[in-house]
Design a protein around this ligand. Sequence first.
Ligand code: ADP
Ligand code: MG
Length: 465
Amino acid sequence: MTRLDSAQWQRLMDYLRDHHAGICRQWFEELEPVAMDSGLLEIQTSTNVQQNYLQNKCLEPFNEAAQHATGALIAVRFVSETTRARTADTKQPALVGEGVAPSGSFGVPRPLPDHLAGSYDADQMVLSPDYSFDNFISGPNNRLAYAAAVAVADQPGVAYNPLFIHGGVGLGKTHLLQAICQKILNANPDHHILYVSCDAFMNQFFECVRSGQMSEFHQRYRHVDMLVIDDIHFLADKERSQEEFFHTFNELYQHNKQIVLSSDAAPNEIPKLEERLISRFNWGLVAQVGRPCFETRIAILKAKAELRGAEVPHEVLEFIASRIDSNARELEGAMTNLIGHAKLQGQAIDLGLAREMLGAEVPTPRNNQVTLQAIIDAVTAFYNVKLQDLQSRRRHKSITEPRQVCMWLARKNTRFSLEEIGGYFGGRDHTTVMHSIKTVDERCEKNPTYAAQVSQLNSQIQQPE
Ligand code: ADP
Ligand code: MG
């Protein structure tokens, strides 16, 4: 067995930074080439989560870089310190299969029939090392959710059960769910965590019903230490899935197994969700994540830049934070773009570049000064409603009408996407926003008084006093 020499390793990392900057993270510095044998390069990670992530998400670029660095046909395989230690102890292979989670860790809790195992593996969500508590910025908008998530990770099944985190898109729900999984797994790699999307839960359920494999489904979902389901609001309207989830929930809960859920709306605001599920979701802790304030936005941008090893002047962080106030995902997108552009153009990140880029992102030469706040101020005053109502699930005409006008104005005057607008006004999806815009347009055509009101609001928000 040989090793990669340090010059080759350096070339490999340089190649990644030059050709695949998007995947590079600060923690890549902890990676270590530990063995090279028969065209197979083993790279060691500090944690199982890093190992599983790299093996599933970054293998291709690493293979390419290894081949470039050595001039030979080399394949990369990631191993974690823990699995290597176990291999040494038990003489078991470090990895089970290829591109599959290490045994005994986050991955496949119980053996399954072959025909099911494949699809389960594919559905299992891969944890991103980016989504750790260390990388999460807590602020007034998410303090409770953050504290509860940490408490659950410290004492699963004890602190809050279930933990239910809700809020609009890009506000950190998935990040918190994954941070909980990672903290638990880093402390105890044998903890059996099942982390899936709600879609995967429903698909697997129907697949098992179809193929008469319900006992495997129960085995899979009811014998875990912790069940984490992202975007549980997709259960809305799905009666049979709700029924199945109800029993899964009960079984786990009775055995003090932790359940963590995320949703775009609070339990009682998920449309057509059975009462018995609503009440169970409220048994533990329901915590909302909201939009980040200015200071939190700056801190998020700073964290995202550091994760990518980029130095960004404070004035640039401030500039982006003042231009983007929707959610962390948008902030991160802007930061990634900025870093990418600076690298491409071989220049430092400065205010000029940020202006150039964020300016170019505006789709049409609309009035960019219009803020959501101006829209909300104008609409709530005109219709005499509260923002809270606009952001709720209430469907009374006295609320839906101003809400539709808000969406229409936001679409016409800001660069927020349909998804973001929907997310802001009560976690609605983009089709609802499209429908609202169409409704306002149609009503304007039919009703001149209404059209004049909308037009007046439109002018008002463009020239706020
Ligand atoms: P959601 O699931 O609520 O739609 P995500 O958890 O996917 O949102 O977050 C979108 C992006 O924003 C992710 O890259 C995530 O790391 C980042 N993000 C969200 N909130 C925060 C936060 N408070 N601190 C750091 N990053 C955050
Ligand atoms: Mg999410």
